[in-house]
Design a protein around this ligand. Structure first.
Ligand code: DAH
Length: 337
């Protein structure tokens, strides 16, 4: 029969396991080891039952030790809320306090541009960041293998997709989407804004990633004069003053005639007399571009333009280096906060 001593030892050991931070040590405690050495002093009849009782005691203590280890380990784990904001589970301070961020200047300025055009009656759609040869070139009257394609320094994926090099890549979609409205006696008036990409060496005036805003207008009787009026109004509202404008001929496969639109650099923005700045490319939509969208070029005419956003913004704020925009430098960004 197990002696009462064993029962006392058992209860003491189990109690110590419950409160120990290092429960495994109890298995090596002297009382525990002493239980076995006591066997030698017992009579042959006592040895059997005693040994059995000691083994049971040992089992009970070992089970308790394992349970205690589990308990200690699980108490270190803090329940994780996977739907929480990123820093909610972190004991470290957030890198940037989330209430101190601000919009990127390009986002703010593109919003302003969108506002001005939507008030003139243009719809605004964001341009795509991956597209195909048809939208980038084919639908815009770039013949296969035409050298004009080279001027766009396009990136291409292995599958032949193109991160668009201009927002004109949206023209065909805009025209297709507006066709019914046109046939019902209305007009197409839309802008498309977004990122564009070119395989270029980066310097103060060139970036591989920049932004454009494209505009397309189609009606029964759109004229070049309408286009110049629309663009002048835009620049005068954006820069908050009246401006002198002029154009000069330029070649783009998707317009005929094609023009470069220039403004005289305003004195308040550091312009000298007669200092002209080329702001965008524009022209009357080429008949082949209308045809590619299923619009009859003998019944409808349109004008289109495409401008670089960075250029527009650099002039407004006197920013001297295009690379600041994508640099993520906080000193630059904070000027617009
Ligand atoms: N897509 C031209 C470029 O990125 C800019 C442009 C020129 C757009 C004339 C137009 C246009 O819509 O009519 O260089």
């Amino acid at each position: 029969m197990p002696s009462p001593d064993l029962e006392t030892i058992r209860l003491q050991l189990l109690e110590r396991v419950q409160t120990s931070e290092t429960p495994r040590d109890i298995l090596r405690a002297p009382e525990f080891k002493g239980l076995y050495s006591a066997i030698g002093a017992l009579s042959p009849e006592e040895k059997g039952p005693y040994g059995k009782a000691v083994n049971e005691l040992k089992q009970a203590v070992e089970t308790a030790v394992e349970a205690r280890i589990d308990e200690l380990e699980s108490s270190d784990v803090v329940a994780l809320d996977v739907t929480a904001p990123w820093d909610a589970n972190s004991t470290k301070p957030a890198f940037l306090p989330t209430n101190e961020g601000s919009q990127h200047p390009l986002t703010t300025e593109i919003t302003t541009v969108i506002d001005i055009f939507t008030r003139m009656g243009f719809e605004a759609v964001e341009s795509r960041q991956i597209d195909d040869d048809f939208h980038m070139f084919g639908s815009l009257n770039f013949p296969e293998n035409h050298p004009a394609r080279d001027g766009y320094d396009t990136f291409r994926t292995e599958e032949g997709f193109i991160p668009p090099a201009h927002t004109s890549t949206m023209q065909n979609r805009i025209l297709q989407a507006g066709k019914e409205k046109l046939e019902a006696g209305g007009q197409i008036a839309a802008i498309s804004y977004g990122r564009v990409f070119r395989n270029e060496d980066v310097d103060a005036t060139h970036e591989h990633t920049f932004h454009q805003v494209e505009g397309v207008f189609v009606s029964k009787d759109a004229t070049l004069g309408d286009m110049l009026g629309t663009l002048r109004s835009f620049f005068e509202v954006y820069y908050g003053q009246s401006l002198r404008i002029k154009t000069q001929p330029a070649y783009f496969p998707f317009v005929e005639p094609g023009l470069e639109f220039m403004i005289e650099k305003p004195a308040v923005l550091g312009g000298k007399d007669g200092e002209w700045l080329e702001m965008l490319g524009c022209g009357m939509v080429h008949p082949n571009v209308l045809k590619a969208a299923g619009i009859d070029p003998t019944a409808y005419r349109g004008f289109a333009w495409g401008m670089g956003v960075e250029r527009l913004v650099m002039l407004k704020y006197g920013i001297e280096d295009l690379r600041h925009f994508e640099s993520a430098k906080l000193n630059f960004l904070r000027k617009f906060a």
